[in-house]
Structure formats: structure tokens, C-alpha cells
Design a protein around this ligand. Structure first.
Ligand SMILES: *Cc1c(COP(=O)(O)O)cnc(C)c1O
Length: 388
């Protein structure tokens, strides 16, 4: 029944692995969602909005307070000057990405991205009838080869779908890399759609540079973020996009017939949370950095190769040193073997060879949960040795 272009996308690895984790009682380091609540003031504001009657359709582009707060946030953290009228509130970053691709790409147009990529990218591009051109990011640094990037561009390139800080690799693109991407986008007349949902989650001195801050880039960039990751409310699905008016208008045209609007009681609460003091944001990053170190050390001790994560919720490992040749098969067995769930990086690639033995672990969990996962991982070699 399903249309051909969606047939590769019938299930998501997160649903499958989360179900497996639940069935086996495994610690779920597969899907990237935090197991703690967001800021108490945010939760209280949202609850008060619900009981106070803020429950009907918000304005199409989003509530004015949130659009203004996003503009203020972009100025405060990134020095970007954004008109609140050029901010569109969406149903998570996912809808902003989908509406951008659907609103900008004709069937047959090409979208350049990097692989491994966030799983919605390929499905969204397929929905639009566009063609994905995915440039490899290779370990250990998960940078790209500039000549491979150039070769991915053509006269049909309409969008560059960029994610930094990057899920799943934990790479944070440097200003030099971003300039290379920007120059090619300009040369080929492409729009950059910049997915920056992990903008506040960078570690050990890494710096997140929004590509829109590079010279000449604001005029061709749609910048996307979300409350889900920043405020640990991934289930609320409130995101936003901003950019030049005519690009945002294209996104809005598609968005209004996807969901129209959503999140009425959450939007004003998030507006207030965006104005939280700097300490909230620095504590978020330093807390996650400690979790990254705790899990990375445990994975290394368990015998995996651990690639350094400079940002996001994730660390990528290579399981080849354990004698494992297929990361996907390994992830299916891991919950039964030691009671931990993870996801294979190959599912985020159009070229599965690229991530054949790479496995992603999420560290956005309470320290005691990570400590328990690390102690289970310590038994991994023995468990692998004792099974055929
Ligand atoms: C989580 C995530 C999203 C989705 O954000 P929502 O606001 O939950 O829709 C988008 N892009 C990347 C890279 C993510 O990790």
C-alpha cells in the first residue's frame, strides 16, 4: 500500500530499540532523551498556562512572546540580529526541517547533507520527491573531505541540510569548515538549512558557530533550533526557524498545512525560559560534559574505541576491537547480553559501509544510570566470549 518513496522508512530504529530495551529491562542509551526534568520555572509556567486556559490555537507563526524571545536569544548568544517577524514557531525542529525541504525543493531537486545524518533527513527528502546527496564524515574527527563535498553539488542542488553540533558523531563544525560549506552553497545558489538543536551542548572549549554568522550567509540561511534539547522537554515538540523573510515564507506555506499550529501553553513558558540567566546554559553544558566523560571512560574500559564527542548528547564508538564485524547485529544482541541498548550508526547512512562497526551511545541520563550502564559494560567482553 505504502508509496514507493516511503518504503525504506517504515519504522525508526529508535522505536525498535526502545521497545527492545523495555522488553529486556535494558538501560536505554539508544534514544537521545534526558531522564530528568527541565527547569522548574518552565514546568510551572506551562502547568499554569494549561490550568489558566491557554489551550486554544495560537497564532499561525507562533505566539509573539516566543518569537521575540527567540530573536533576543539569537542576539544574546550568537550576535545575530533577527526580526521577530522572521521567526516561525514549529512543531519541533523536525517540522521546521520538513517544512523547509517541502517548501523549497521541487521534485528531483537535490539536497546535500552529511552522513551519518539525523534519521528524519532522508525520509523528509524522500517525502518531497527530492534527492539526497550525503557526504561522508569519517572517524576519528568526523570531518569531511572538501573535494567530496564539492562533488556532491550540482546545478540541481537546492538545499544544504547542515547539522552542527552534529548528531550522531558529536562533531562541532569549525568556522573554516562552515566557510567551505557556505562558499559552495553560494556558488551553486543553494539555501542552507542549519539544524542547531544542540547549540548549547558543546564541551571542553569547543565553540558552536551558527553558519548564519559567517559573512554573506544570513541572507541564504534558515536557522533551526528547538526547546526539546535545550530545556530537556523533548516531548513538547516546540521548535523554531528564522531567516530572510522570503525563505521563512516558503517554510510557513508548507508548515501551515502540516500541523498549522501547536503547543499553545508551552510557547509562552519557553519564551520565559529562553531568558534564563547564563548559569542555566553553562550548567547544562558542564553537566553533560561530566556525563560524556563518565560514559566515554566506561566504554573505553570495556574495550571499545571511543571517538571524542565535542557536542550533543552522543558519543560514537567502534566495536571492531571486540571482534564484532556488524554494529547493527551487535545492537540487537546488546540488551540481552548485558542489559544496555544503543543504536548502530549504519542506520544513519546511505552508505552502510561507512558506519558498519560504529555504535552510538547517549549520555543524557542521570549519573547513577550511567554508572550502572558502565558497570554492565564492564562485563561485555566476557558476555561476548560466552555466546556464539
Ligand atoms: C532531536 C533532534 C531533532 C528533533 O528536534 P525536535 O524538536 O524534537 O523535533 C532535530 N535534529 C537533530 C539533529 C536532533 O538530534
Amino acid at each position: 500500500m505504502l508509496v514507493e518513496r516511503m518504503q525504506p522508512f517504515t519504522s525508526t530504529i529508535f522505536a525498535e530499540m526502545s521497545a527492545l530495551a523495555l522488553r529486556t529491562g535494558a538501560i536505554n542509551l539508544g534514544q537521545g532523551f534526558p531522564d530528568t526534568n527541565g527547569p522548574p520555572s518552565l514546568l510551572a509556567d506551562a502547568a499554569a498556562n494549561i490550568t489558566g486556559g491557554v489551550n486554544q490555537y495560537p497564532p499561525g507563526p507562533g505566539v509573539p512572546a516566543l518569537r521575540a524571545a527567540v530573536a533576543e536569544h539569537q542576539s544574546r548568544f550568537h550576535g545575530l540580529s533577527v526580526d521577530p517577524d522572521d521567526v516561525l514557531v514549529t512543531t519541533g525542529a523536525t517540522e521546521a526541517i520538513a517544512a523547509a525541504v517541502l517548501g523549497l525543493c521541487e521534485p528531483g531537486d537535490e539536497v546535500v547533507t552529511f552522513q551519518p545524518f539525523y534519521d528524519s533527513y532522508a525520509a523528509t527528502v524522500a517525502l518531497a520527491g527530492a534527492v539526497l546527496k550525503a557526504v561522508p564524515l569519517r572517524p576519528p574527527s568526523f570531518g569531511f573531505d572538501p573535494s567530496e563535498l564539492r562533488a556532491a553539488f550540482s546545478a540541481r542542488t537546492r538545499v544544504v541540510l547542515l547539522n552542527t553540533p552534529h548528531n550522531p558523531t558529536g562533531a562541532v563544525f569549525t568556522a573554516v569548515q562552515l566557510a567551505e560549506i557556505g562558499e559552495l552553497a553560494a556558488e551553486f545558489g543553494a539555501v542552507v538549512v542549519a539544524d542547531e538543536v544542540y547549540e548549547h551542548m558543546v564541551f571542553s572549549g569547543a565553540v558552536h558557530t551558527p553558519i548564519a554568522t559567517l559573512p554573506g550567509m544570513a541572507e541564504r540561511t534558515l536557522t533551526i533550533s528547538s526547546a526539546g534539547k535545550t530545556f530537556s522537554v523533548t516531548g513538547w515538540k516546540v521548535g523554531w526557524v528564522h531567516g530572510p523573510s522570503e525563505l521563512v515564507a516558503a517554510v510557513r506555506a508548507a508548515k501551515q498545512f502540516l500541523t498549522y499550529v501547536s503547543g499553545a501553553p508551552f510557547q509562552p513558558a519557553i519564551a520565559a525560559a529562553l531568558a534564563l540567566p547564563d548559569s542555566f546554559y553553562t550548567d547544562l553544558a558542564s553537566g553533560l560534559q561530566g556525563k560524556r566523560d563518565l560514559l566515554s571512560d566506561g566504554l573505553r574500559a570495556a574495550g571499545l574505541t571511543v571517538y571524542p564527542s565535542a557536542g550533543t548528547y552522543f558519543v560514537v564508538t567502534d566495536v571492531a576491537p571486540l571482534g564484532v564485524t556488524d554494529g547493527a547485529d551487535f545492537c540487537w544482541r546488546l540488551p540481552e547480553l548485558i542489559g544496555v541498548a544503543a543504536v548502530p550508526v549504519s542506520v544513519f547512512c546511505t552508505d552502510p559501509e561507512l558506519g558498519r562497526t560504529l555504535v552510538r551511545f547517549a549520555f543524557c541520563k542521570r549519573d547513577e544510570v550511567l554508572t550502572e550502564a558502565v558497570s554492565r559494560l564492564a562485563g561485555l567482553r566476557a558476555a561476548l566470549g560466552s555466546t556464539p
